[in-house]
Design a protein around this ligand. Sequence first.
Ligand code: APR
Length: 388
Amino acid sequence: MVILGAGPAGLVLGNLLLRAGIDCAVLERSGRDDVQNRARAGFLAANTVRILARNGLDEGLRRNGQEHGVCEFRTDDGRFRLDYGRLGSGDPHTVYPQHELVTDLLARFLDVGGRIRFDTEAVAVSGADGPTPSVTVREADGRTGRWRARYVAACDGRHGAGRRSVPTGAVRRYHRDHGVSWLGLLAEAPPSLDAVGYALHPRGYAGHMARSAEITRYYLQCPRDARADAWSDERVWDELDVRMRAPEYGPLVRGRLVRRSVVDLASDVLEPLRHGALFLVGDAAALISPSAAKGANLAVLEAEILGQALAAALRRGDRAALDGYSDRCLAHIWRAQEFSHWMIGLLHEPPGPEGASPFEARLRRSRIRALRDSPTQQDWFAESYVGI
Ligand code: APR
């Protein structure tokens, strides 16, 4: 079994396979430091925490994770809070920086004898629909080699070799450009709210998410072609103050902006997620916008589904779960896509050359008020927001 990529998907899968006594090796094109220091998401759904716990992978997050169960919406109509951790199924998020989770998963994988080759890039997967699947790899010194494998799990993300190696005729691609871009910011500053903050403002969306007690994630909706370094730190903070209505609801705690990136919100799903012996997992299977922080949670869920299916097939000869892998994961992926799409419609004026149509703007305002006033809408939101 060869796993491409040492992100959340690849490392959860690798740990599950080792626990089931199945030999596997991970190919990772980056070095260990890069993998462990890549600041990414950090909002773990309750189901993700349960998956990590039942596979003995939750020690770090139990020690340092912070529960988060409240989100605050700031709109022209005023401010309201949803205690989503007590609504619906009553599940909070656990905030635990993803690079810390990846570090934990990696350490555990190596502790139990896992084999990983850093600085080794998978170039292509071939023969996946035949008897001898193999992976062409490029070593750190540039030499290329070929790894044979009974199964290959592509956990190598949106630009990886796994996704590229599926023949175009064997897969359908569902793509959506949401027409919205965000300037993602990481601030060396403690959180300014005790909640996930969503600011809906005529100048554009702004978001606030705690990453840890000292680090906070902010988002600013920006033009499609914006450059991440276009504004000074001070200009960014002033705009965040305006959109989060700081004069009305309290100042933001400022600090140095240590990371900036512009992300164009897009979604992309491949069907099916299996091509013979090749399985697509995590971002290699589907890209989802960060509007509802679902990406890493889907990756962990899919890794567990595939890990259990491979264990049944390789240990007991039962291939039913393996044959059902794609359909089972796609059901979760599309449910997450639907809610993330709904969130994009809630948080942003509908994109368009002439801006939001007045009719669309009224629909959006009604959607926001329903979330503010209707207990059943709030239960649905809570279940969709934290659920996977
Ligand atoms: N060969 C080997 N490794 C590769 C290759 C390749 N050709 N291409 C990419 N990789 C590695 C990357 O260096 C990275 O470590 O694969 C890993 C992919 O990890 P992620 O991009 O984190 O993807 P995944 O594990 O699916 O997690 C997806 O987690 O990163 C968050 O929110 C983000 O939605 C995303 C989720």
